[in-house]
Design a protein around this ligand. Structure first.
Ligand SMILES: [Zn+2]
Length: 70
């Protein structure tokens, strides 16, 4: 069972800082450069690097994305 990565915005979201700039270096609401999986909530610098939970339905999505872009 495979899934397309044609609509990544529905599968992943940009992580935005929820703390002031003096806490993590980013202002509140500013993108931190991390991408978060909408299903399991794990995040990484790119979708292909997200350490999905074992039962996350988007694990195969990221592998497909990786195949298509590398
Ligand atoms: Zn996931």
């Amino acid at each position: 069972m495979t899934r397309s990565f044609a609509d990544p915005e529905t599968l992943f979201e940009l992580v935005r800082s929820q703390t002031p700039v003096d806490v993590d270096g980013f202002k509140i609401g500013e993108p931190t450069g991390q991408i978060r999986c909408n299903e399991c909530g794990r995040s990484a610098a790119a979708p292909a690097y997200i350490p999905h939970l074992p039962d996350c339905p988007q694990r195969d999505v990221t592998s497909n994305y990786y195949d298509e872009t590398h």
